[in-house]
Design a protein around this ligand. Sequence first.
Ligand SMILES: Nc1ncnc2c1ncn2[C@@H]1O[C@H](COP(=O)(O)OP(=O)(O)OP(=O)(O)O)[C@@H](O)[C@H]1O
Length: 620
Amino acid sequence: MTLRSHVNGNASVCNGARLMQMRCGGIYTKMRRTAKPKAAPAKKAKGKLYAMPEKLKEGTVLTDLAKGQWRIGPSIGIGGFGEIYAACRNGEKNYDAVVKCEPHANGPLFVEMHFYLRNAKQDDIKNFKQQHGLKSLGMPYILANGSADINGQKHRFIVMPRYGSDISKFYAQNGKRLPEATVYRLAIQMLDVYEFMHGTGYVHADLKAANILLGLGKGGGSQAYLVDFGLASHYVTGDFKPDPKKMHNGTIEYTSRDAHLGVATRRADLEILGYNIIEWLGVELPWIREKLLTVPLKVQKAKEAFMADVNAALKPLFPKGVPAPISDYMKYVSKLAHNEAPNYDKCRMFFLNALKQMKVVNSGDLDFKLTSQSSSINNNSPPAKKAETAAALGQRGKVKKEESLLINSSSEDEIISSDEEKDAKYTPRRKLAAAKASPASKSKPTRTTPTRKAAHKPVSASPKKREAPQASSPLRSSPLKRAKVESNATPKAQGANAKINFSPAISLRSRPGKTVINDDLTPQPRSNKTYEFNFELDVSMDANVIVNVKRKRKAQAGNTTPAGSNKTPSSHSATTPKGSSPATRINLRKVNGDEGTSSPALSSTRSPRTPAVTLRKYRR
Ligand SMILES: Nc1ncnc2c1ncn2[C@@H]1O[C@H](COP(=O)(O)OP(=O)(O)OP(=O)(O)O)[C@@H](O)[C@H]1O
């Protein structure tokens, strides 16, 4: 079906595969419709919290807040909840900008926009480069922003410079590895971006090959840009307080230990970079090799074990010897305190020294061609699988873009906290789907290959350091009630020990390779329909369900039953044991059935009402 939309008076047409939102088992997710031409209405359906943006037709003109006009070109990428278009100033021919457009209610673009507006002004970037003796910096910036009414739906858009291919394409083309020297150069460039960003009080939290784009145009190939600031948040400078609402945010393969606990820290960014560079060297990360990605808690544990003894963890990954910069860097990161400012110069030196030894200059185009020398690094070669041809990749990327992100209602479904506010303006992006496949078999779709333009040559790190300000007014700091899960351990120890673990049977779902955001920026409104079910029954979950999670204070011995509850055998079996830590209580209610009916007379034909199911909190 073809849908007509109107943007600033210009008729536009959208058709074909669109993303639509599905809600299932209390989880909001999206499903991409592929072949069926009979599309659902572009407007979000009643009860759906997310909507993908309306398709912008080529030639559409958007007017930004400063009255600048931007002509939309072809679509060049689809992110989790938005679409990226090439764009140019109206009247010009050079599509050297991109427009990222999302429904107004989507939180991440709001976060990204404000991050750019506040912290990544072109002057700030210029000053940073001057202060640090850098010819270029892989920090994007915003050119314009605005709102547009598209097909009756309010959208937000930002305009940014256009970059080239993302490096996941080269990684996949090379059979899942990058040349060693290029890995080190990328690490240095990303540390530069981190230093700039951390200097503004924010962390990125989602570095991965798919979010690193080469510059566009002549010389652009020497600088990599870190994009997608939808997860940017203020880092903590005080106590380490795990936040259940943000646990496991990021891309599961690379999520840091702190992010698994919902805490934004600078060391977490460095750790994420560490996992990436190890992988770029052709090594399969242990939690990927062991196929743990669908269970975030297992990934979290594996990473904790990994970082607890970096030497021992790296050895088997590099049987011919662990590259010095990798072990030095990972050891350094493992020793950082959660609120400690990293020594970026020191980190860059690990990689610069390695480049020196390899006699590779840290300038000129980044080389993604794998030679026998650059691929001879001592690793396990998990990607012993054949390198994929560019053509095959292009095909695969295409297929992936259209694949269904279908969720099933298994016991791994995410639990949505009932503590969430109802009056929030922005909707968090919960990209949760039943992506069971190993990420090893996945890669990002191939992007449009750029033509080259401006010349930049990066130079090594400079001596000047920029003081990171105190995190005072977090853009995404939660105004919401948070679970108190602090431990008494020291901040550093807390990073490793403080945890809330749900039952493995109710683990948070992850999406290998994809960013997952469980944030509280835009709490989910409650559904009108809730269902009650007995935990021990085989329940079909193909219905809208709200699962309210509440933690209780430590129950007194012999008084673990919620007052007035009709306990079922299942809830008895899950009662908090004497002396255990506060329990997690989950209420499951059904509204459009026999809500409030707990008559024993009905029990022969219906499930008994289960007012509360108490789960035990895991302790180490
Ligand atoms: N400035 C840019 N220039 C060229 N391509 C871009 C640019 N920004 C993004 N892209 C392309 O669009 C894709 C999606 O962009 P981005 O990651 O910012 O979107 P997202 O909705 O936040 O995605 P995600 O699902 O990774 O969170 C990128 O992988 C990249 O290929």
